[in-house]
Design a binder for this molecule. Structure first.
Ligand code: GLU
Ligand code: MG
Length: 446
C-alpha cells in the first residue's frame, strides 16, 4: 500500500522538525491518554501499516478473543510536543484503533464520535464544539498531592503576584505551537482556578484539542513546579471546574441554528436540538459528568447547573443561549454547561450530538426558557415550572444511562456495557469508603 500525500507530508515535516521520537496516542473509555513511543525512523512503516499492540489491558478495550489491535495514526494530528527538549524532540500522532481485519474497533472513543458525526452528516449537518476547560493550578506541599491553591487571586484578577499569569502565557504559547488557537485566558472565580478557551472546531478536532489541551496544561504546570488538576470539584465550598461546551450545527457553510425571525434568533433545528439534550439530560450526565466527584460540582450556588432548563442569561441553566449580536449569525450556539473536565470528550460529544439529533428527528420542542434564579426555587416552584433536576450522584446517572436506548446506541453495545460496568465499580468503591466528613460528624457524637 502506497503512502497518501498526507502521510508523505508527515514524514517530510518530521524530517524538517528533526523529530527523534514518535508518540502514538489514543484514549481509553475514561479519556486517559495512552501512548506508545517509537524511534522516528519507524514513522514511514507505522504510517503505512499501523502499529500493533495488545489491547487487553486497556480499560474498555478488553476482549478475550481479540486482544491484538492496530493503531493507525491520523496524519492530520501530527504535532511536535513543544515542551520536550530539542535532544528529545517528539512528535505525537493521534490514532484510530483498528481490529486485525481492518475494521474500526468498537471500543475506540474516537470511532464512537466519528460514527455520531457521520450520522449527523447523513441528516445534512456538521457538528461544531467549542469546549471551555477550567482547571486548578496547585502546589505540591512536602511532595504530597493535596489540593493547595497556588495563589489567592479571583475572577479575572491580574496581579504581579499571580504566578499563574506566566504559566498561562506559556500554555498559550505551547498550544499555538500545536495549532490550537486560543481565544481567551483568565483567572477563574476560585483561588488557583483558571480558564483558557480555544477556537471552536468540528467535534472530532475539538475533542482531539481538548485532550491535547489537558496534556499541555499538565506538562507546562510541571515545568513551573506546579501541578494542574482537571478534577471537577477539588475544594468544598468553592467553584468547581466545568467544561462548558458551545455547540452548533452547520448545513454546508451556514449555521443551521440561526433564524432571523425568531425572538431568540433560533431555528426549529436549534429548538429540536435543545429539546433533545434537555430530554436526555439525566442520562447524558453519566457520560459528560462521569466521576463520583462530578456530582459534588453540580450543586446550587457555584455557577454549575442543577436544574434541567434553558435560558439566555441565566448561568444556572443547563443550556444557555449566548446573546445574539447583529452580523454574528454564524456564531448562534447553545452552551451546554454541565459537562466537566473529567469526561472523555470523544464520548461526551458523541452522546451530546446524538441527544440533540434525537430531538430534531422527533421534532421535540423545549419548554419556555427560565431566566429566574432557579437555585432558589423551592419544590413547588420547580413543579409549577415543570423543572426536573440532574442526577444527584454517579449511581443515579448510571441508572438513567442504562435506561436510555438512544445514548446506549450512540455508545454502541460494547462500550456502553464496559462503561456502565466500570462506573458501577467506581461507585461501589466510593460507597464503601468512610470519609473524613463522617468521622468529624459522627465519631464523637454517636
Ligand atoms: N466554574 C463554574 C462551573 O463549575 C463555571 C464558571 C463560569 O461560568 O465560567 O461550571
Ligand atoms: Mg468559566
Amino acid at each position: 500500500m502506497a503512502l497518501s500525500p498526507e502521510q508523505q507530508e508527515v514524514i517530510e515535516k518530521a524530517r524538517e522538525d528533526e523529530v527523534r521520537f514518535i508518540n502514538l496516542q489514543f484514549t481509553d473509555i475514561h479519556g486517559t491518554v495512552k501512548s506508545v513511543g517509537l524511534p522516528a525512523h519507524r514513522l514511514p512503516e507505522v504510517l503505512e501499516k499501523g502499529s500493533w499492540f495488545d489491547g487487553s489491558s486497556i480499560q474498555g478495550f478488553a476482549r478475550i478473543q481479540e486482544s491484538d489491535m492496530v493503531l493507525q495514526p491520523d496524519p492530520a494530528t501530527y504535532q511536535v510536543l513543544p515542551w520536550k527538549a530539542p535532544e528529545r524532540r517528539t512528535a505525537r500522532l493521534i490514532c484510530d484503533v483498528m481490529q486485525p481485519n481492518g475494521d474500526p474497533f468498537p471500543g475506540d472513543p474516537r470511532y464512537i464520535l466519528r460514527r455520531a458525526v457521520e450520522r449527523a452528516a447523513e441528516l445534512g449537518f456538521s457538528y461544531n464544539c467549542g469546549p471551555e476547560l477550567e482547571f486548578f493550578l496547585l502546589q505540591k506541599r512536602n511532595d504530597e498531592l493535596r489540593p493547595v491553591p497556588h495563589d489567592v487571586a479571583g475572577y479575572f484578577d491580574f496581579s504581579p503576584r499571580d504566578l499563574a499569569a506566566a504559566v498561562r502565557d506559556d500554555i498559550v504559547v505551547a498550544l499555538s505551537a500545536m495549532g490550537i488557537e486560543v481565544e481567551m485566558e483568565h483567572h477563574e472565580v476560585a483561588q488557583g482556578q483558571h480558564e483558557i478557551d480555544f477556537r471552536y472546531a468540528d467535534a472530532l478536532t475539538a475533542a482531539d484539542n481538548a485532550i491535547t489541551f489537558k496534556q499541555a496544561v499538565k506538562a507546562i504546570a510541571a515545568q513551573h513546579d506546579l501541578y494542574a488538576s482537571f478534577m471537577p470539584k477539588p475544594f468544598y465550598g468553592h467553584n468547581g471546574s466545568g467544561m462548558h461546551t458551545h455547540q452548533s450545527l452547520f448545513r454546508d457553510e451556514t449555521n443551521a441554528f440561526f433564524n432571523a425571525d425568531d425572538p431568540y434568533k433560533l431555528s426549529d433545528v436549534a429548538y429540536g436540538f435543545i429539546a433533545g439534550q434537555l430530554h436526555h439530560a439525566r442520562a447524558l450526565s453519566a457520560v459528560v459528568a462521569p466521576t463520583v466527584n462530578s456530582y459534588k460540582r453540580l450543586v446550587p450556588g457555584y455557577e454549575a447547573p442543577v436544574y434541567i432548563c434553558w435560558a439566555r442569561i441565566n448561568r444556572a441553566a443547563l443550556i444557555r443561549i449566548p446573546q445574539y449580536s447583529p452580523g454574528r449569525e454564524q456564531s448562534t450556539r447553545a452552551e451546554l454547561r454541565f459537562p466537566d473536565t473529567s469526561c472523555n470528550p470523544y464520548l461526551a460529544f458523541a452522546v451530546m450530538l446524538s441527544a440533540g439529533l434525537d430531538g430534531i428527528e422527533k421534532q421535540m420542542t423545549p419548554p419556555e426558557p427560565v431566566e429566574e434564579d432557579v437555585y432558589h426555587f423551592d419544590r413547588s416552584r420547580l413543579q409549577e415550572y415543570n423543572i426536573a433536576t440532574l442526577p444527584g450522584s454517579l449511581a443515579e446517572a448510571i441508572e438513567e444511562l442504562e435506561a436510555d436506548q438512544v445514548l446506549l446506541d450512540a455508545l454502541g453495545e460494547h462500550t456502553a456495557r464496559l462503561f456502565v460496568e466500570a462506573k458501577k465499580a467506581e461507585w461501589d468503591d466510593y460507597r464503601m469508603q468512610v470519609t473524613e466528613w463522617e468521622i468529624d460528624r459522627y465519631l464523637e457524637t454517636l
